[in-house]
Write a protein that binds this ligand. Structure first.
Ligand code: TLP
Length: 360
């Protein structure tokens, strides 16, 4: 029996009973030969859901982004992306390290978008001093901006800008499902203007493993070659694709529950002395907050919460991130708020004791 409430990420979600059954019963074959019927079914379904010609199944979101960038760009080309983008922050600089692709970062605005005027200004002219700008990448939802959903009109405008300048647009849609649910649109509409999209099944949708990249048929042929090159060609991967199919069929609409729980958490935390957060900015399942209590920092608060059975990661000196997910209920959220309050009160009491100690 697991009594820990784990808000470190939605990546911690475990497969549902329906997924385990589907995995056990999956019809499989060698996917590198294109012979796994379950993988083929998943790829066709992902392409359809995202409104693209084709898709390729990959082990992780990181690999999906990497092969997408590598399939768009040659060595020395430049990608324009946000300074808070997962591709820039959390992928070990893979597109530069593996693909020789030069990152040109622009500040993400608090709502997760890039200023499209700044994007346009950053596009390089034809000058032999410069790398060749080839790609714009957006992230929807934008994780480090608090899981903000970038709206359809913005996505369309970014796509139009890319097209006008002969660039490609890639969307890191690890949580595109969350964005679609929060905005009340189908995923395909959100990425209609994108040339490629990566999506994940193993985060909010609770599948154990797996992501996909979608785009034109020609682009996905290149991406498939890149996947093989970086060691992502899987064999009887249908056991994983089977869980991803269940994820798409059964787990997308329920993300609204995670979003409601995140809002409840944000409102509960915002009411506490020593916590700073604007609950109205919480749109999906990610809640960033700052601890302002003097003498307390994010690592210490995280430690005190762990001692109370609540796991929340520090993401900065005073900043923490809590991610609601399939295993976290509304009652759990109430428990988490109470645990944060008690951790802060205990810290304040300890502080009072040590101050008293100084003057004794
Ligand atoms: N994000 C993880 C950590 O790496 C930060 C998390 O806990 O949120 N794109 C986005 C927007 C992501 O948030 C992540 C994972 C990925 C790509 C990478 O996916 P995986 O972990 O499957 O490689």
């Amino acid at each position: 029996m697991n009594t820990t409430i784990d808000l470190r990420s939605d990546t911690v979600t475990r497969p549902t009973p329906a997924m385990r059954t589907a995995m056990a019963e999956a019809v499989v074959g060698d996917d590198v030969y294109g012979e796994d019927p379950t993988v083929n079914r998943l790829e066709a379904k992902v392409a359809e859901v995202l409104g693209k010609q084709a898709a390729v199944f990959v082990p992780s979101g990181t690999m999906g982004n990497l092969i997408a960038v590598l399939s768009h760009c040659n060595r020395g080309d430049e990608i324009i992306l946000g300074d808070q983008a997962h591709i820039f922050m959390y992928e070990q600089g893979g597109s530069a390290a593996v693909g020789g692709v030069h990152p040109r970062t622009l500040p993400n605005r608090p709502d997760g978008t890039l200023d499209l005027q700044q994007v346009e200004d950053a596009i390089r002219g034809d000058n032999e001093h410069y790398p060749v700008t080839h790609l714009i990448a957006l992230e929807n939802t934008q994780n480090r901006c608090g899981g903000r959903a970038l709206p359809v009109a913005y996505m369309d405008a970014a796509g139009a800008l890319a097209q006008q300048h002969g660039l490609a647009l890639h969307v890191d849609g690890a949580r595109l499902w969350n964005a679609a649910v929060a905005l009340g649109v189908v995923p395909a509409r959100l990425v209609a203007a994108a040339d490629s999209v990566s999506v994940c099944f193993s985060k909010g949708l609770a599948a154990p493993v797996g992501s996909a990249v979608a785009g034109s048929a020609a682009f996905i042929r290149r991406a498939r070659r890149m996947r093989k090159q970086v060691g992502g060609g899987m064999r009887q991967a249908g056991v994983l694709a089977a869980a991803a199919l269940v994820a798409l069929d059964e787990m997308v609409d329920r993300l609204a529950v995670d979003h409601a729980n995140a809002r409840q958490l944000a409102e509960g935390l915002a009411a506490l002395d020593g916590i700073d957060l604007a609950p109205e900015t919480v749109q999906t399942n990610i809640v960033y907050f700052n601890v302002t209590l003097s003498g307390m920092d994010a690592t210490r608060l995280s430690g005190r919460l762990a001692a109370r059975g609540v796991l929340i990661n520090p993401t900065g000196a005073r900043r923490l991130r809590a991610v609601t997910n399939y295993h976290v209920s509304s009652e759990d959220v109430a428990t988490v708020v109470a645990a944060v309050q008690s951790a802060l009160q205990e810290a304040a009491a300890d502080d009072a004791v040590s101050v008293a100690g100084i003057y004794r």
